[in-house]
Ligand binder design. Structure first.
Ligand code: CU
Length: 333
């Protein structure tokens, strides 16, 4: 069990196998190249120490043609491998699939949120999904005027489908970057310009999206999710006209809720380490379920010693979600 966001340890798109192969090939060839230079260097420094070599011996040394050819050709061959795999994986990301066989979704990045606009469905309804972390508003004396709330936008997509994102930012905004570690893909989002990114997700689930271009004060909160759904679940949501949040069959257990609501960025679940808030290890033994539920819905009521009110956002969960997330804090499950 850990606090880790779903990152390079998760594999959920058709890109992953090729990219991970290229990545590890580069790592291990680089380790080999590094050792092939550094190990002989250390050995020769020891072997040809000034105390052991006489001047007259040095005079006789000229060169060794075979060695020189080998140490040129072998690294060149390895470099060509780097180039080959770098080039083929790059092409895989950059070659967009045909739009007619893909689902095209518009993405707008702005300080500091992501918004997704879907093509109109059969009855003309346009799903627009957006959300933002709202920081608390303070009074002059430092007390709280308005609580922060956490609402995370999510990109809902069907499984095994080519998805093309057409991305832009408003002209008055700044550079952002759309990054999905579990799909191994990332693309800059540029004010007033359109950039594209595509993927084909092959595992149902919910995966982190981070802004990967430092874009100002709340860059760290410019966070979103890609929710990969079974095709039927996606279609049902897409063709319905109500609720821009689908009721698909994606995980609603305590662990997923803990991850998708950003708790992990402020609380370690399996240690006493203080991140922004206290570590939650053993919290179930210290408090009852009611206290824990209250800590989420009314965080400023009981503030533990050494911490300040107004930092933990106020969450609005359904009764069931609240029960699941409290259970997760109590049992780790
Ligand atoms: Cu950003």
């Amino acid at each position: 069990m850990s606090n880790k966001l779903e990152g390079f340890s998760t594999s959920a798109s058709t890109f992953n196998a090729d990219l991970d192969f290229a990545f590890w090939l580069h790592i291990w060839l680089s380790v080999g190249l590094f050792l092939s230079v550094v190990v002989p260097m250390i050995y020769f420094a020891w072997k040809y120490n000034a105390n052991k070599v006489k001047n007259e011996d040095i005079g006789k040394v000229t060169h060794n043609t075979t060695l020189e050819i080998l140490w040129t050709l072998i690294p060149v061959a390895i470099m060509m491998l780097f180039f080959y795999y770098g080039n083929t994986t790059m092409k895989m990301f950059r070659t967009m699939p045909a739009e007619a066989q893909s689902l095209v979704i518009n993405v707008e990045g702005s300080k500091w949120k992501w918004k997704y606009t879907y093509p109109a469905n059969a009855s003309g309804h346009v799903h627009e999904v957006g959300g933002v972390y709202k920081k608390p508003v303070m009074n002059d004396d430092g007390s709280i005027k308005e609580h922060g709330t956490m609402g995370i936008s999510a990109l809902y997509v069907p499984k095994d489908t080519n998805i093309i994102l057409k991305m832009t930012a408003p002209l008055s905004d700044v550079l952002h970057s759309y990054y999905i570690p579990a799909f191994r893909t990332k693309q800059d989002v540029v004010p007033g310009r359109e950039t594209t990114l595509w993927f084909n997700a092959n595992r149902v689930g919910s995966y982190d999206v981070e802004c990967a271009e430092y874009c100002g004060a709340d860059h760290a909160y410019m966070y979103s999710k890609v929710v990969v759904m079974e095709k039927a679940d996606y279609e049902a949501w897409y063709n319905s006209n109500k609720g821009d949040t689908p009721k698909g069959d994606f995980p609603k257990d305590g662990k997923s809720l803990y991850a998708s609501n950003g708790c992990a960025s402020c609380h370690s679940i399996d240690s006493d380490t203080i991140l922004v808030g206290p570590g939650l290890k053993g919290i179930g033994a210290k408090y009852d379920s009611e206290y824990l539920a209250n800590a989420l819905t009314n965080p400023d009521k009981d503030v533990p010693e050494g911490f300040y009110p107004g930092i933990m956002p106020t969450f609005k969960f359904s009764d069931e979600d609240l029960k699941n997330i409290v259970k997760y804090m109590e049992t780790g499950k």
